[in-house]
Ligand binder design. Structure first.
Ligand code: DX5
Ligand code: ZN
Length: 216
């Protein structure tokens, strides 16, 4: 059965000089999406696991960590004491993906696998029992504020089909706004990440509420 849509603001788009206030602005969020980037797997560097610890000090909202790093194992171990609700790794960043997602679960988090726009979905077909979330990237990872790649609507529908009857969340990340979220959820997504759309809104919590309402 389809789960209610979860709205996950990406703090990559927050004003870091006012992080506490920014977190207050998104108190209606279902989870806080934290993009860790290492400058190798993606061309950009954002912040490390320490930021997730800082966010946890300020809020009890579940944490959804998106690792865009070449060697996620070390970061997963650094995050282990925090037990974030979700940790997601990229398909291309793991030579032994089943081992990595098992380690995430063993440390008490739910395990996600992210697929870049070009990544075929078949590669995770045999890991469906080992994962709790599939993240369909609807932009090339590395930066906020990019345009949603519309062909990803077909991919979302294909993933939705593949996970029928399983307890796996289908998350979409990149270029999501109030205008396209309806089509994305219609295609099968049940977890929505949005950075710039939410944080540039005058009332971020209202924006979150509208996104959730549009999709229910
Ligand atoms: C991109 C990140 C996204 C980013 C989304 O690599 O994974 O989470 O923050 O930003 P918007 O919603 O602005 O596209
Ligand atoms: Zn992300």
């Amino acid at each position: 059965m389809k789960q209610p849509t979860a709205i996950c603001p990406s703090i990559l788009a927050a004003d870091f000089s006012e992080l506490g206030k920014e977190l207050d602005r998104i108190s209606h969020a279902d989870a806080i999406h934290i993009d860790i980037m290492d400058g190798h797997f993606v061309p950009n560097i954002s912040f490390g696991p320490m930021l997730a610890y800082a966010v946890r000090k300020t809020t009890n909202t579940p944490l959804d960590i998106h690792l865009m790093v070449t060697e996620p194992e070390a970061v997963i171990m650094q995050l282990a004491p925090l037990k974030p609700e979700y940790i997601t790794v990229h398909y291309e960043s793991c030579v032994h993906l089943q081992r990595v997602v098992s380690a995430i679960r063993a440390n008490g988090s739910k395990a996600g696998v992210a697929l870049n726009p070009h990544t075929p979905i078949e590669g995770i077909k045999y890991l469906l029992a080992d994962i709790d979330l599939i993240l369909v990237m609807s932009v090339n990872p590395g930066y906020g504020g990019q345009q949603f790649i519309s062909s990803m609507l077909t991919k979302i529908a294909d993933v939705h089909q593949m996970i029928q009857g399983r307890n796996i969340r289908l998350q979409v990340d990149g270029g999501v706004t109030q205008d396209n979220v309806g089509r994305i959820v219609q295609a099968g997504a049940d977890m929505i990440v949005a950075g710039s759309a939410i944080f540039t809104a005058e009332h971020a919590n209202n924006y979150i509420d509208t996104m959730r309402k549009t999709t229910s």
